[in-house]
Design a protein around this ligand. Structure first.
Ligand SMILES: CC(C)(COP(=O)(O)OP(=O)(O)OC[C@H]1O[C@@H](n2cnc3c(N)ncnc32)[C@H](O)[C@@H]1OP(=O)(O)O)[C@@H](O)C(=O)NCCC(=O)NCCS
Length: 191
């Protein structure tokens, strides 16, 4: 840790109810079940996904299982420990080695919303980001209208720092962006 700033998790990463682990081609149908839905994609930077896009991602960006340098992103599936069902995924972006900065994101299948899975998985991801990778600051950026997502970030202890009015054109509409952040010291203080 410390100066090394690399993350090589031992999989699966276990929480009370969940297993976080890399996605595989066996997850294709479960991924399609939510990542192909326009309602799921409304406030995220990707379009509803086809099987081809899922296959491309699995072979590309989602094949990453460790973080060794800035610019990389680690995407992990959220699996229910009790049933083996894939219910969503989380991502940790390693933005800057110099500033020790990163960002989190999460998506949960609407059929499994309202159970605290996004919060539980993201809390484990923040643990990896701060305690194992050694980040100093982690941000979350959301569309202001995405209230369920704001609640996830607040539950995790992130503070709102900025409101960027009509910052990006997302799916044909101006999106007002809320920026949240948490520092390593704040993470340790709340544990
Ligand atoms: C954002 C998103 C992940 C939130 O999902 P979620 O299930 O509401 O979030 P959580 O996992 O934190 O669950 C919290 C809810 O579960 C409830 N809950 C039930 N059992 C619980 C438990 N055992 N532990 C914790 N929470 C529990 C909480 O009360 C809370 O409900 P509330 O918000 O009505 O109070 C989901 O809406 C989503 O995937 N949206 C589409 C993609 C997206 O926009 N991603 C974010 C991009 S910035």
């Amino acid at each position: 840790m410390g100066d090394v700033l690399e993350l090589h998790p031992t999989y699966p990463v276990r929480t009370e109810r969940l297993l976080l682990r890399p996605l595989t081609t066996a997850d294709t149908d479960a991924l399609l079940a939510y990542r192909s839905r326009p309602d799921v994609c409304r406030y995220v930077p990707f379009e509803p996904m086809t099987p081809e896009v899922i296959a491309d991602r699995l072979a590309g960006m989602w094949a990453t299982t460790s973080l060794t340098d800035e610019g990389q992103a680690l995407t992990l599936g959220i699996e229910l420990a009790a049933t083996g069902q894939l219910v969503g995924d989380v991502v940790l972006f390693f933005h800057s080695r110099l500033h020790r900065g990163g960002e989190i994101g999460y998506v949960v299948n609407p059929d499994f919303e309202g159970n605290g899975y996004a919060t539980e998985a993201s809390r484990a991801l923040l643990g990896l980001a701060f305690d194992d990778l050694g980040l100093h600051r982690v941000i979350g950026r959301i569309d202001e209208r995405n209230e369920p997502s704001a609640k996830v970030l607040r539950r995790l202890g992130l503070r709102q720092e900025a409101r960027l009015v009509h910052n990006e054109l997302v799916k044909g509409e101006w999106s007002t962006e809320l920026d949240f952040a948490i520092l390593a010291d704040e993470w340790r203080a709340q544990r």
